[in-house]
Structure formats: structure tokens, C-alpha cells
Design a protein around this ligand. Sequence first.
Ligand SMILES: [Zn+2]
Length: 400
Amino acid sequence: MSTLSILPYFPFKRIRITKQDVVSDSGISQLTALPDKRYIPVCYKCGNKSEHIHRHEKRLIRDLNLGSFRVWINCSYRKIACKPCNRIVVEDLDFFETYSRVTRRLALCIHELCKVMTVTDVAKHFEINWKTVKAIDKYFLEKEYGKTDYQNLRILAVDEISIKKGQKYLVVVLDYLSGRVVWVGKERTKETLGSFFAGMTQEQRDSLEAIAMDMWDPYIHATKKHVPHVKIVFDLFHVVSSFGKVIDKVRNAEYKKASKEDKEVIKGSKYLLLKNRRNIRKKKHREHLKRLLSLNEPINILLILKDKLKQIWNYNSRTWARKALEEWCLLARTINHSAVNKFTKTLQRYSYGILNHCDYCIHTSKLEGVNNKIKVIKRKAYGFHDTRYFSLKIIQAFTN
Ligand SMILES: [Zn+2]
């Protein structure tokens, strides 16, 4: 008889493995386990010992694979009367959770693998339903990240990520200094961001200094309502990109007015106008731009405005930044186009958030890296059918 034993592979304290059945063709190994009588049963909820056994039950629990075998433990356990809990409860056998059909160590292993593998791949590896895999991973994530960690926050960046083209958004709040994703919420509304701030203690709110964001009214309102002392800093990239849309509108208007000959020049110029001038290298393109500018003054001014707009974010002095902004608005008005005027008004209305950049040189572009990584998570998290799960995965991936 062999003296080899499989018992060291199952170092579970409160049970005794009494039998092993291996059906070699099926790749399944089934163990039978009984509660170790040397231990008095304890309540899974409060840990209280109780010798009042109510009844015996059995459960098949999946464990880690052993070699190429899938291991199932057919475990007997007891239901006991717990006095402090004042009810019949499942005894705690210390190797599985009462509501679970897998051992604790398998659950942990699944959770770890889900950090680097897709839910489906983990499910395939263990031959477990993907829904079970996801539920296990979500359970641990909820435990670790379910409660927002508001500690040590001074400077934030908020932005949305689109999770379904142009339809569904998640709002992501980033700790600017550490790069940690602090919070993820559904929909880019005032209430959503408001609920983030609402979870903070007064002390935590007081320690906040600045927040980078897009000129998006719901975010602005939520910030002003909950943390009025916090300096809002508008993001350069967002402003420049919305000015790009203005340029487009003017170009279209000029195209309609133009003669047939000039139309040829304006046609196909969108790309040239939106591009950074220094990046236009091809001679053909440079000449196209030159002709365009020589025949159309508003477009010429718009391009100057585009360059000057970015420069406003370069100042460290509020006085100089304000001066540059005023000059910008003056020049913009000379075009006298409704879209440009509207944009100018917006800039003036939100000038405080542009000037604040002099004190806090922060941008939401820090979230771009987050966005790229999120695309990877999206695949791992099996699409985005479960927004909560997806949000927790994002927070997990950006915890330092
Ligand atoms: Zn109890």
C-alpha cells in the first residue's frame, strides 16, 4: 500500500477528508469531508460556539484543480442554534463562505486571475459558469473598493468616459497627485458628481483645493454647491476642441458665401484648419492653406485665435492671463459670426476657471491614460452589461 497522501493539499482545519473518488475519464476527483468532531461548531455570523445541532446537511463545493482534475468536495456540515443570533445558522467550517459553492481559496484565486484574464477565460480555465466567476470577482471588489476612499484628496480631475458610443457615460474622478481613480459614477449629471462630494466628511471637503474639468455646467454646479471653496480649473484641451467646432461652422458659412473658384480652395480645408500649423509639412498642403488664408480674412483670424487660445493657458500670472483673454475676445468679435460670439461669451463667463490655471497647472488630459487602460478593462470585464462591476474594475486597476 502506498504511503502517499493527498491530505497536505487540503489543509482545512475544521474538516476531515474521509474518502477520495477519482473517475479518471471524467477528469473529476470527488472528496468526501466531514466536520472534525474535535471542534465545537461555531456560528458563521458571530463566531459563537454552539453544541445545539439542529440538523446535518451536505453541499458540493468546488475547490482548486489538482493536476488535471477538477476537485469537488462533498462536505457535510451542521446547522446550529446560535443564541446571540437567535436563529438557526450554518456552522463556519472556515474553508468556504456559507453562501458560496466554491472554497475560499478557489474564490481568491479566481479574483486574482480576473485581474489579468478575461472573465470568460477564467471561466473556461476552471470550467465554471462565467456568471459565477464574475459574481466572485465582484464580491471581492465590492469588499475592497465598494466604499469610496476619500483620504488624502487635495487636487482632483473629473471627466467622463463613453462606454457606449455617444449614449452612455461614466464619470471618473481622479486623484490628480497620485493618479488613483477615486470614484466612478453613472451619467454626467449634477446629481452624479454631487453624490461623490456628498459622501465626504467636512474635514475631507475642506482639504480639497482644486479640480480640473471640462466647461460642463452639471460638474460646475455640483462643485459650487458642495465644495464652494474649491478652485475650478477648465481644461485646455476641451476648450480648444470646442473652438475647433466653431472654426468648422465659420468655414461652412464662408463656403456658402464664396464664389465657385474660392469654393474649390475652401473645400477639403477642414483638416488643414484643425491641424496644428507646425504639423503641416507637405508643400501641397502649405500652399493650400496659404491660398485659403489669402482669400478669406475670417478664417485667417480664426487660425490666429486658435493659437492664441492655447497661449492663455501658458501664463503663471493672473494679470497677464486676464489681459491675454481680453485681447482674445476683442479679436474674436471682429469676425462677427454668431458661433464665434457665443464661444467668446462662454469664455468670458468661465474666465475664472481659465485664470485659476495660473494657480493650479492641472488638466483632465491626465485621464486620457486612464481611458486607454479602461478599454482593456472593458474586454476583461466582459463588456459593460454590469456598470457597477465595470466601475469597480476601473477603481481596482488605478489603485496605487
Ligand atoms: Zn451567531
